[in-house]
Write a protein that binds this ligand. Structure first.
Ligand code: CP
Length: 311
């Protein structure tokens, strides 16, 4: 497996390996400190990023390499150079390429052309690095994943999709509550249902946040509208998501030891009550911290050929 473009690229064993490696990097951050010696990892971010950009830069540094961030105005992509040409050239200087850009097709095109691993750092369809960090955080908190109940409440975008796909690969029970018209794509629903069932878990999609969170170990919200989508869709989406705000009342319906998770950045008061995200049951900032060992594990595994994928 050369690239990580979406969670469905991974097998259950691949994901388990990533979590094991990430746990190892939590304990010993410098254990592969020469892997990228004298090598560069360019990170192309066409849209803003705090966590993904900086955690990846830190991970590349921990692996002994040099991260170089480039924005949309610094490359010729925006002015007509095909992304395939850009990726092919970048790859000739680099150990791997990290890309955040709205269109999944662009990341796939870059991966096809690049001679080195390409990692999706968020598209409108997928956020695999976030999902690996999310499961690392759940595992770290509870000590296990299989059989744990995760409730996702909000819009069925990239974060929800990658989370439910990853949770399904581990045998978690997943309930996603999304407004009508903002469900995850059909192929993601099919994957989550099939893989959850195969791994001893289950997948339920509902429009009712109360149904989703009842008895949950994890209540998760967050995500963002597609960066490539029309502006008026954003206002409509915000309105549709009002009943999906996670507040103290909704958290009270979850399990007694339930935790709250959010990928950040958070819109306090809109998608989550301040008392929930800043309260004692919130793992949001632990998730953010875990982005670093998670991306370190992904880069390490890809660069050492440890992931099998579905070939
Ligand atoms: N969660 C996440 O991807 O954050 P950034 O947009 O800051 O990278």
């Amino acid at each position: 497996m050369k690239d990580l473009l979406q969670i469905t690229d991974l097998t259950s064993d691949d994901l388990a390996l990533l979590l094991e490696l990430a746990t190892g990097f939590q304990d010993d951050p410098g254990s592969a400190g020469h892997l990228l010696a004298h090598r560069m990892v360019p990170m192309y971010f066409a849209t803003p990023s705090t966590r993904t950009r900086l955690s990846t830069a830190a991970a590349v540094t921990r692996l002994g390499g040099t991260p170089v961030t480039v924005g949309p105005d610094e490359l010729h992509v925006r002015h007509g150079e095909p992304i395939a040409d850009t990726a092919r050239v970048m790859g000739s200087y680099s150990a791997a390429i990290v890309i955040r850009t709205p269109a999944d097709a662009d990341v796939r095109e870059a991966a096809s052309a690049a001679p080195v691993p390409v990692v999706n750092a968020l598209t409108d369809g997928h956020h695999p690095l976030q999902a690996v960090a999310d499961l690392l955080t759940v595992q770290e908190h509870f000590g296990d994943l299989r059989g744990r109940r995760v409730a996702y409440v909000g819009g069925g975008g990239s974060v929800a999709r990658s989370l439910m796909e990853a949770a399904a690969l581990t045998g978690m029970h997943i309930a996603a509550a999304t407004p009508l018209g903002y469900e995850p794509p059909d192929e993601a629903i099919a994957f989550a249902a099939t893989e959850a069932d195969r791994n001893g878990g289950c997948f339920v999609l509902t429009t009712d946040p109360v149904e989703a969170v009842r008895g949950a170990d994890v209540v998760y919200t967050g995500g963002r509208p597609p960066a490539g989508g029309p502006k008026d869709d954003r206002a409509r989406r915000r309105k549709a998501l009002i009943p999906y705000r996670v507040d103290e009342h909704l958290m009270a319906l979850a399990g007694g030891d339930a935790v709250f998770m959010h990928c950040l950045p958070a819109r306090r008061g809109e998608e989550v009550a301040p008392g929930v995200i800043d309260g004692g049951r919130s793992l949001a900032f632990r998730q953010a911290a875990n982005r670093l060992p998670a991306v370190q594990a992904v880069l390490y595994a890809l660069l050492t050929g440890r992931l099998k994928g579905h070939r």
